[in-house]
Design a protein around this ligand. Structure first.
Ligand SMILES: [Zn+2]
Length: 343
């Protein structure tokens, strides 16, 4: 078997969010560099993986997914002093569209939570994170590559066209999917992060050519709280091409795999995509300090094996996962599962 192309750029480690606001509490930020370092160490030690630096993002790749004011705001944030943290404080709701993205005081126009800081380093890190996702999509099909991995960090699935939040700046999975759409007829995005991929859902909600399936914690009491309910099934021509499977707190591997077998896999098979983008959050792990599911490393391997059996060209995009000691173990278990299923 050829080594599994894996994309990462060292500048992704320059971004170090220090704290976030969660319901009034200032807490240490879970989206640390140790996350990527744990996965990096595991893939470097494993001959199955071939670690590569992505090419720079071509012009237009981000613009295919995100609005110009959001881009301008990120550029404005690069003027912050290194190490400085900026959180929006004012969130206008009745004057949408009239913000000035060259003024950080207006940043609340393009932000939906208080967990996602703007810093000097956020834009370059998020840009390389997106570049990894684009490369993972681009390499599919080249020299028979059927599986690729973007070690994207910061993550992306909560970012919408015009809003950042949920530790996400650019929607990496959407950037990968848009690239594949240009090359192939049909793309499915499966989001297995503990949290609903509200950003990805919103980007493809009216698009019948991209199926979005998300299996996640019930948003009644889990982030992002305002999206991810089963009745959200698409709109317009996209009606029927959005599927949310909301699971209760404490969901274990057996329950999770049953839902995967009974609902997720049949939906993917019925859609018959030409390629799969997997938003791979690992915060379903039983030790995860943010998520509240009970999946083991073996369960994650099984999730991978079932998805691999679909035998679709698959770009795996890293999303969440916060129990850093085992992130490398879990990422490689998932990817080994997919590779084994594809054989
Ligand atoms: Zn998550």
């Amino acid at each position: 078997m050829n080594p599994l192309p894996t994309f990462f750029h060292p500048e992704q480690l320059a971004f170090k969010p220090r704290y976030e606001w969660a319901f009034g509490e200032r807490i240490d930020h879970p989206e640390t560099t140790a996350r990527a370092e744990s996965i990096l160490a595991a893939v470097q030690a494993d001959p199955m993986f071939s670690l590569r630096v992505p090419d720079e993002l071509p012009p237009g790749a981000v613009q295919s997914v995100h609005s110009q004011p959001l881009m301008t705001l990120y550029h404005t944030a690069t003027l912050l002093a290194p190490g400085e943290t900026f959180y929006p404080t004012v969130f206008p709701k009745e004057s949408q569209g009239r913000g000035d993205p060259t003024r950080l005081q207006h940043a609340g126009h393009w932000c939906f939570d208080a967990g996602t800081p703007l810093t000097h380093e956020a834009l370059p890190a998020a840009t390389w994170s997106a570049a990894c996702a684009l490369e993972a999509a681009r390499i599919l099909g080249r020299d028979g590559v059927a599986l690729s991995y973007a070690l994207s960090r910061p993550p992306g699935h909560h970012a919408t066209r015009g809003l950042f939040g949920g530790y996400c700046y650019f929607n990496n999975a959407a950037i990968a999917a848009r690239h594949l759409r240009r090359k192939r007829k049909r793309v499915a995005i499966l989001d297995i992060d503990y949290h609903h991929g509200n950003g990805t859902q919103s980007l493809f909600y009216r698009d019948p050519s991209v199926l979005f399936v998300s299996i996640h914690a019930d948003p009644t009491d889990a982030f992002p709280y305002f999206a991810g309910f089963p009745e959200e099934s698409g709109a317009g021509r996209g009606l029927g091409y959005n599927m949310n499977l909301a699971l209760p707190r404490g969901t274990d591997g057996a329950h999770y795999l049953r839902v995967l077998d009974d609902h997720v896999v049949p939906a993917l098979v019925a859609f018959a995509p030409d390629a799969l983008v997997l938003s791979a959050g690992l915060d379903t792990y039983h030790l995860d300090p943010v998520g509240d599911f009970e999946l083991t490393t073996e369960d994650l391997h099984e999730v991978g094996r079932r998805l691999g059996r679909l035998r679709l060209p698959t770009a795996v995009i890293q999303e969440g996962g916060y129990y850093t000691p085992d992130l490398g173990l879990n990422a490689t278990a998932l990817l080994r599962g997919i590779a084994a299923g594809q054989r």
